[in-house]
Write a protein that binds this ligand. Structure first.
Ligand SMILES: [Zn+2]
Length: 305
């Protein structure tokens, strides 16, 4: 079965001039998929908007309404110092979350094994009731919660290798041992929330600025592998941020495309052992357009094999 590629052109409409989380990011990934021919190897699906009811799997109704009402038809609105809404942002955010939920449903129907959601805005900083760090709704968490409604899914794991800690995903699942959250991140660094938090199902892998791929691989093998082997997740999610790349202007880690290929292969090996090869991966950060495209390329190449 072909790997799903879920995206939507309206994810480009969320836009604020001179902001690093910009439409060009997603366009760079789409252009790469077309230029390399990868798109032809995948099953391309247009995302559909998540419903209010589906958003309520994670976010309180009054928070969802707050986001919907914050959008202004002809102005940029700041939700927090880093997070904006422009005309079209609500639709983009609902399409981004809808892509991950839709990918999860398609895989659980047996119509695909793996999916990559080429979407924005990203989601992993969005907490239960707070937009944060460019994120409005927590896309990967909504997918994980959707999966847990399925009778065959008892446990899931979320692997997050974005340079930033997934404070939102941890906030949402910190008391739910059915969800293993494995996060590697630069420390001590934005978002400065939940950085020290860990328990049996929240696995934090803090990395000092300048950490290269060799140290990163050692840390992942010693931290993430035993936790995933212990949980035996029925489905694996990936918060695929590519801002740990050495060229990224926001992060200060020194990973290369080979490191993103290595961790993708590791996650695929784990999915073959425990989750019948099933993986839902979604785009998070990555702010150097060339490094984002080349890193997403190796990630998607592996998923699409
Ligand atoms: Zn990031």
């Amino acid at each position: 079965m072909k790997t799903l590629l879920i995206t939507h052109p309206d994810c480009l409409k969320h836009a604020r001039p001179r902001h690093p989380e910009r439409p060009d990011r997603l366009q760079a990934v789409i252009d790469m998929l077309e230029k390399t021919g990868l798109v032809a190897d995948m099953k391309l699906i247009q995302a559909i908007e998540i419903s209010h009811e589906q958003l309520e799997l994670i976010h309180p109704s009054d928070y969802i309404t707050h986001i919907e009402r914050a959008e202004h038809p002809d102005a940029i609105v700041q939700i927090d110092p880093d997070t904006y809404m422009s005309p079209g942002s609500t639709r983009a955010a609902k399409l981004a979350a809808g892509a991950v939920v839709g990918a999860t449903q398609t895989i659980l129907r047996g119509d695909a094994t793996k999916a990559f959601c080429a979407i924005r805005p990203p989601g992993h900083h969005a907490e239960v009731a707070e937009a944060f760090g460019f994120c409005l709704f927590n896309n990967v968490a909504l997918g994980a919660q959707e999966a847990l409604r399925h009778p065959d899914i008892e446990r899931v794991a979320i692997c997050d290798f974005d340079v930033h800690h997934c404070n939102g995903t941890v906030d949402i699942f910190k008391d739910d041992p059915r969800v293993l959250v494995c996060s590697s991140f630069q420390n001590n660094f934005y978002p400065y929330r939940y950085l020290d938090f860990s328990n049996e199902h929240i696995i934090s892998t803090p990395l000092s600025a300048g950490t290269d791929g060799t140290q990163f691989r050692d840390q992942i093998e010693s931290n993430w592998l035993p936790a995933i082997q212990r949980l035996k997740p029925d489905l694996l999610f990936v918060s695929a941020g590519f801002d740990a790349h050495k060229k990224d202007p926001l992060g200060e880690l020194n990973w290369t495309e080979d490191d993103f290929r290595w961790i993708t292969k590791l996650i695929i090996d784990l999915s073959n052992s425990y989750s019948e090869g099933r993986i839902v991966s979604t785009l998070e950060g990555g702010y150097d357009l060339e490094a984002l495209a080349s890193s997403a390329q190796v990630h998607i190449e592996e998923l699409a094999q």
